[in-house]
Design a protein around this ligand. Structure first.
Ligand code: WQD
Length: 327
């Protein structure tokens, strides 16, 4: 029983690969290394290739005895998706069709898909449930919504069973500090806070302090990347136990503001976080956090790590790896 992990050299992928090796055994990573890091994969087998290469995917599944797939490989920059939509339609959507055709040709019919709460756009009601309207506000988010529907249709035409995991704000690093979030490209809040505190970039810009929230800054559901990895492990077991296709919100259910992230970082690092106040960032919802009830009921999964665990693991990783991964 081998698990194929596409994009396994990336942030959430590499943390899932580590947990899979600890618990499930044989893992095969397929990654183009366009954004991933070989050193993030550890001693898991890594094949450098593209999910669009159907014959490679089929050959790998047959030769390695692949039984299930975890599909992370995708472009994920909201801003870039609006400037170069073709890259996102081709890589995220057509790439998934090629991947699915490749694995089906080898008889593999179980997949866990890396989806996103951004398929719902700006939430009308909180906490966000899986029944909220699908209303993407970017090409990136639209690709996630489209892939969910494509996987559902492969269920109708070919008996594919899928668990779509809609992530909220993945953050933190491995608790032993060995792997973490890529320094070079991430524009997400937590790594930017760490870089500013370490003096590796200009002061953080806080995008707006005039929101209708207790401290005026936006609220998000920050979930530890290791909790996310555990949700993938449980999804694979669920599918092995003949679970039907489903879509699950994987968040903590708790909202945290930008200023709360800053104060937790100052408390844990013992350093001041340098920041300036900037205008609101267009497209930012004032608040977004999950209702994780269905994930708990379906998988027996819930986030266990706290905000301090997130900030502490991020601080440990970024302090020890001031220039990110060596490769
Ligand atoms: C978080 C908060 C910003 C940077 C993410 C992923 C997206 C999806 C949902 C998976 C916001 C504020 C940020 C900065 C700031 N996840 N901020 N200064 O926009 O919630 O989206 O989660 O698919 O892919 O990107 O995450 O980290 O960019 O912002 O004030 O320099 O931090 O306004 O309130 P976001 P983020």
């Amino acid at each position: 029983m081998t698990i194929l992990v596409t994009g396994g050299a990336g942030y959430i992928g590499s943390h899932t690969v580590r947990r899979l090796q600890e618990i499930e055994g044989k893992v095969l990573v397929l990654d183009s290394l366009e954004f991933g890091h070989r050193s993030a994969v550890g001693d898991a087998e890594l094949v450098v290739g593209n999910i669009r290469d159907r014959s490679l995917v089929t050959e790998l599944c047959r030769s390695r005895g692949v039984t299930q797939v975890v599909h992370f490989a995708a472009y994920k920059s909201v801003g870039e998706s609006m400037e170069h939509p073709d890259r996102y339609w081709l890589n995220n959507v057509a790439g998934t069709v090629d991947l699915v055709e490749g694995v089906l040709a080898a008889g593999v019919k179980q997949i866990v898909f890396s989806s996103s709460c951004s398929v719902n756009g700006t939430p009308a009601d909180l906490p966000l449930t899986e029944n909220a309207p699908i209303a993407p506000e970017s090409v990136y988010a639209e690709t996630k919504a489209m892939v969910e529907r494509i996987l559902a249709w492969y269920g109708v035409t070919h008996g594919l069973r899928a668990v779509n995991l809609r992530y909220f704000n993945a953050a933190g690093a491995s608790s032993d500090g060995v792997i973490g979030e890529d320094w070079s490209r991430s524009q997400n809040l937590v790594p930017l806070v760490m870089k500013a505190t370490l003096g590796k970039r200009p002061p953080l810009e806080v995008f707006g302090t005039d929101y209708a929230t207790p401290d005026g800054t936006c609220i998000r559901d920050y979930i530890h990347v290791e909790d996310l990895a555990d949700a993938h492990i449980r999804s694979l077991s669920y599918l092995r136990d003949d679970g039907v296709s489903t879509t699950l919100n994987v968040g903590t259910g708790t909202g945290t503001s930008v200023f709360e992230i800053i104060s937790a970082t100052e408390r844990i690092s013992g350093k001041k976080v340098p920041y300036t106040i900037s205008p609101r960032r267009p497209g930012d919802p004032v608040a977004c956090f999950a209702d994780p009830t269905r994930a708990r009921a379906t998988l027996g999964w819930a986030a266990t790590r706290t905000l301090d665990d997130i900030v502490r693991s991020a601080w440990l990783w970024h302090s020890a790896h001031p220039d990110g991964f060596p490769d």
